[in-house]
Design a protein around this ligand. Structure first.
Ligand SMILES: *Cc1c(COP(=O)(O)O)cnc(C)c1O
Length: 507
């Protein structure tokens, strides 16, 4: 029997969400038989083996398989791509929520899906109207009137926002400001973006309750200059990456503004605030929004992202072009002639238009009240998990959390079971693990974000699986944790080596 059809036996089903991944699947090159061509066509007579001027002098080397073989190969592999449509995906900070299929239906309407960005503006007025409307919703929700939709991901939005800040300082002739403040718990893209823009990053230490305090902020703000006049700005996620709301954010923003810096907010965690709080009201000057997180457009091994930025009127003159503007009932793209201080274009055409359609569909189908409920339910679900797991796992920060909760492996580690073991055990039980070992400020973190789209049943099942792990560890049944996952086609991998030295060539 060939290995390629081998089905690994499923011995005991441990959760309703399934177990492992069932199929072993070899490469197409291992399946193929060169004496069995997949297509049964006679050799063309007298035809030259060439494409254009290039003659083929060797075998083309494609695997010879039939259509059903090829189809099964790719369908099986597609089932290995764990997604939110398979099961619970509690990846903290990433907001893996259900993408309503209504969004997909609308994005596939021919008037949206079949247009071309080079079409004359008069023939795509409807598409421009969608972008204009989305700009309006984002401005309303953030309290920041300048909106640029073109950045293609969160990190790209960060770049757009930080370049906007840099340009604003340059415009004032203030080029000596080189320092960006960022909490030590911040997402890696924040310091990376600041450095890419030519700034230096100074960490603000997170204090015992997981937040930035006014004192630690002042210390960082005035560290090298007593008025803070070397500070270009700060990059802060609120709620922060520990899932906690920065209570002193208004005061921090005031101090920063007095020192002449701008406040960049990483808006990836907007799912906790949408419809409840407008970041512009707590002092934000510019932020990016991950449409593919808060507003449900697909992400994670799937569709493209979209990371629009929203900014104050002051910064709006500097942000990238294009945006969509309305003039006398007609929509058109704003150009560099319209807005001469712009930093220019950061992206071909207008950004990920399909994502704009999906995000607006999501907003309009929820309505203002529905969006508010989204964040209330997301926060409720995270707190429910925290309250159920707090006696089984170490909880580093007291009190309620926002849209994600943080636990650690402190208790289990004493028995030799680590966060990595627990994450692998979740794979065995058919779950995508939570975010692990991030944020870096606490050892062995597990950051869990259930989102509002999970039912109480599915959350309860996850909780009982997590409680089961803790009970097993407590009872001394720890050995099995080092061997998980058992039921997947691949077991424990050296992920770092796989990422650093991928083997991309079959021989
Ligand atoms: C996801 C995320 C980002 C980056 O967004 P991408 O679309 O993945 O580039 C930045 N900051 C935080 C806090 C995030 O969760």
């Amino acid at each position: 029997m060939s290995a390629n059809a081998k089905v690994i036996e499923m011995t005991n089903m441990v959760s309703e969400d399934g177990q492992g991944l069932m199929y072993e699947e070899n490469l197409l090159w291992e399946k193929e038989r060169s004496d069995h061509p997949g297509v049964d066509l006679p050799e063309p007579e007298g035809a030259a083996l060439r494409i254009g001027v290039e003659a083929r002098d060797a075998d083309i080397g494609l695997p010879q398989v039939s259509e059903p073989q090829a189809l099964r190969h790719f369908v099986k592999m597609s089932t290995w791509n764990y997604s939110i449509d398979h099961g619970f995906f509690p990846l903290g900070s990433c907001t893996m929520k259900h993408n309503p299929r209504l969004n997909e239906k609308l994005a596939r309407l021919p008037g949206f899906a079949h247009i071309h960005p080079l079409q004359p503006a008069s023939t795509v007025q409807g598409a421009f109207k969608v972008m204009h409307e989305l700009q309006h919703w984002l401005a309303e929700l953030t309290g920041l009137p300048g909106v640029c939709l073109s950045p293609a991901a969160g990190a790209h939005g960060e770049l757009a926002g930080m370049m906007t800040i840099k340009r604003a300082h340059e415009h004032k002739g203030d080029t000596s400001r080189k320092i960006i403040l960022a909490p030590d718990s911040s997402h890696g893209t924040n310091p990376a973006t600041a450095v890419m823009c030519g700034f230096e990053v100074r960490a603000i230490p997170t204090k015992l309750d997981g937040r930035v305090t006014v004192d630690s902020f002042k210390e960082a703000l005035y560290a090298t200059c007593d008025k803070g006049s070397d500070i270009a700005g700060m990059m802060v996620t609120n709620p922060n990456t520990c899932g906690l709301f920065e209570r002193d954010i208004v005061e921090l923003a005031d101090l920063l503004h007095k020192a002449g810096g701008y406040f960049y907010c990483d808006g990836a965690n907007f799912n906790a605030l949408v419809g409840k709080v407008r970041p512009g009201d707590f002092g934000v000057d510019v932020m990016h929004i991950n449409l593919h997180k808060t507003f449900s457009t697909p992400h994670g091994g799937g569709g493209p992202g979209s990371g629009p930025i929203c900014c104050t009127e002051e910064l709006a003159q500097f942000m990238p072009v294009p945006t969509v503007i309305e003039e006398g009932g007609e929509f058109r793209l704003e150009t560099e002639e319209d807005r001469p201080k712009t930093l220019g274009r950061l992206k071909g055409f207008h950004g990920q238009f399909g994502m704009h359609v999906r995000a607006l569909a999501y907003m309009m189908s929820h309505g203002a009240d529905g969006l508010k409920q989204v964040s209330e339910d997301a926060v409720l679900n995270a707190n429910y998990i925290l309250s159920q797991l707090k006696n089984d796992y170490h909880v580093p920060y007291e009190g309620p959390c926002m849209h994600e909760c943080l636990i650690t492996d402190k208790h289990q580690k004493e028995a030799g079971v680590t966060t990595l073991d627990l994450a692998k055990a979740l794979c065995e039980h058919g779950y995508h693990p939570m975010t692990v070992y991030f944020p870096l400020v606490i050892p062995g973190t597990m950051l869990i974000e259930p989102t509002e789209t999970e039912s109480k049943d599915s959350i309860d099942r996850f909780i009982s699986v997590m409680k089961g792990f803790a009970a097993d560890v407590k009872a001394g049944d720890t050995e099995k944790f080092h061997g998980f996952p058992q039921s997947t086609p691949r077991r424990r991998l050296d992920e770092v080596k796989a990422a650093r030295n991928p083997v991309l060539r079959w021989s």
